[in-house]
Design a protein around this ligand. Structure first.
Ligand code: FAD
Length: 423
């Protein structure tokens, strides 16, 4: 799958941070992780830190899939509002999910603080009401989060204008948010894994998976194999192609980054990420070197060719939206890109085993706009699954949820499925 178009800024800024050997001889290990993106890197890190003998296998250079296109906002907010999650699964479950996301945020913060040098910084996050009609829903959202002691403060239009200079009917302000360079984070995690004795192979495609009761064997097209007690499928949006069941829908998102802007000119944007209730939404945040990153305008485009063709128009549209909201800010795109991401019907990830492969294959489909947080959550959850101590959220984040209420919805949605048979 061609995951991105244009020039993702992180790869230009950082260059090729690390390379690893290709897999040229058969090996055995405890856990083999398929995919060297942020999800694979976080899970491999968690496992290696807990004495597992881990090997990561990546078909491209590491971090060169959708992790290179990611805009690197870290938030406990999800694509689905807590209120909608509560309507679907009950308030207690919604609270459990949001609490797990805040814990994952803290875990990620601690991990990154230990790793260092990945352009990480805490930011405030403003979720603005785009139009008067959206206000009640966002107000309810803030009230529910507040009830569950989650970080969410309501700002009315006067407070927004006074403290942030933004004209909008209201907003939710949260302080549990941050920015990171996702390409740098992934590369540095995998470099550390190697330093600690883990194995990383890049430019190595896995094209078959064979499971037995005792182990899993994966093979490359050249016939080289890895035998492991467990496989973690962290193949990003390609993971769907290994399942007969369609569990997510691919979409595209668009982004650009400006040249550095004076801090005084950036004003609130220097330390606050801004997004909105409109769908598709626009969002903005800054980098450590004072660039403004603007993204959104998501659509259902799946074809890389079409994505290439419409990128320029999308960037112009994003610029127009920025001018409407911040008329005094002069923003010129320096680099622009777009990338594939995936959405599940309920906005939650799929983390766990699928009946098609049995318990030795753990899927890490951390899909959604805050995929990095879901990947962090998945790291703890998949280790718990491997150790036969499932966590309270295992059922809600597992494939079994498709068997009941969601099964009907999923089958009614026309989602492209590309099948791979397990060998
Ligand atoms: C434009 C855009 C903006 C985004 N912004 C944010 C954001 O602000 N915050 C956030 O949290 N998330 C964001 N996301 C989502 C985020 O990018 C994803 O959640 C994250 O990158 C997924 O990481 P991954 O490791 O699962 O996938 P990937 O980075 O795609 O890694 C999977 C890897 O598996 C490899 N692979 C696949 N098949 C095989 C095979 N057969 N053999 C070997 N290797 C294989 C691929 O080559 C790939 O490198 C954004 C996404 C896009 C597109």
């Amino acid at each position: 799958m061609d995951l991105k178009s244009g020039n993702p800024y992180w790869a230009i800024k950082n260059g090729l941070m690390c390379t690893f050997p290709q897999l040229e001889a058969d090996i055995t290990c405890d856990v083999v992780v398929m995919g060297g993106g942020i999800t694979g890197a976080l899970i491999a890190d968690e496992l290696a830190n807990n004495d597992y003998d881990v090997a990561v296998v990546e078909q491209r250079d590491v971090a060169w899939g959708s992790s290179a296109a990611c805009t690197g906002l870290l938030q406990y907010d999800m694509d689905i509002n807590m209120v909608d999650l509560a309507r679907r699964y009950g308030e207690a479950h919604a609270a459990l999910v949001c609490e797990a996301c805040t814990e994952a945020f803290t875990d990620l913060h601690d991990l990154i603080t230990g790793l260092g040098d990945v352009d990480f910084d805490m930011q405030e996050s403003l979720h603005c009401v785009s139009k008067e009609g959206d206000k009640t829903a966002l107000r309810e959202e803030q009230a529910l989060r507040f009830k569950h002691d989650l970080d969410a403060q309501w700002l009315d239009s006067g407070q927004l204008l006074e403290h942030f200079g933004i004209k909008a009917p209201g907003a939710i302000l949260t302080r549990l948010a941050a920015r990171v360079d996702p390409y740098r984070l992934t590369s540095r995690l995998l470099m550390r894994l190697k330093e600690r004795g883990g194995l990383v192979f890049d430019r190595t495609v896995i094209d078959s998976i064979e499971t037995s009761e005792q182990d899993v064997t994966i093979r490359t097209p050249e016939g080289t194999k890895i035998r492991a007690r467990h496989l973690v499928m962290a193949a990003g949006y390609d993971a769907q192609t290994w399942l007969r069941q369609s569990v997510a829908k691919s979409r595209s998102s668009y982004a650009f980054i400006s040249d550095p802007i004076e801090r005084a000119t950036l004003g609130l944007l220097a330390s606050t990420m801004v997004w909105e209730s409109a769908r598709p939404y626009l969002y903005m945040r800054t980098t450590g070197d004072g660039r403004l990153l603007v993204a959104g305008d998501d659509d259902n485009t799946e074809s890389p060719g079409r994505r290439d063709r419409i990128l320029e128009g999308k960037v112009k549209h994003l610029c127009t939206k920025v001018k409407e909201r911040f008329p005094d800010l002069r923003v010129r795109p320096a680099y622009s890109w777009s990338g594939t991401f995936a959405e599940t019907a309920d906005g939650l990830p799929f983390l766990g085993a699928h009946p098609q492969y049995g318990p030795r294959v753990q899927f890490a489909m951390a899909y959604g706009g805050n995929g990095i947080l879901f990947s962090m959550l998945g790291a703890g959850m998949l280790r718990a699954n491997i150790e036969h101590r499932p966590l309270p959220l295992a059922a809600l984040f597992g494939f079994s949820r498709l068997d009941n209420s969601l099964a009907e919805k999923a089958s009614k949605t026309v989602w492209k499925t590309r099948e791979h048979e397990a060998v």
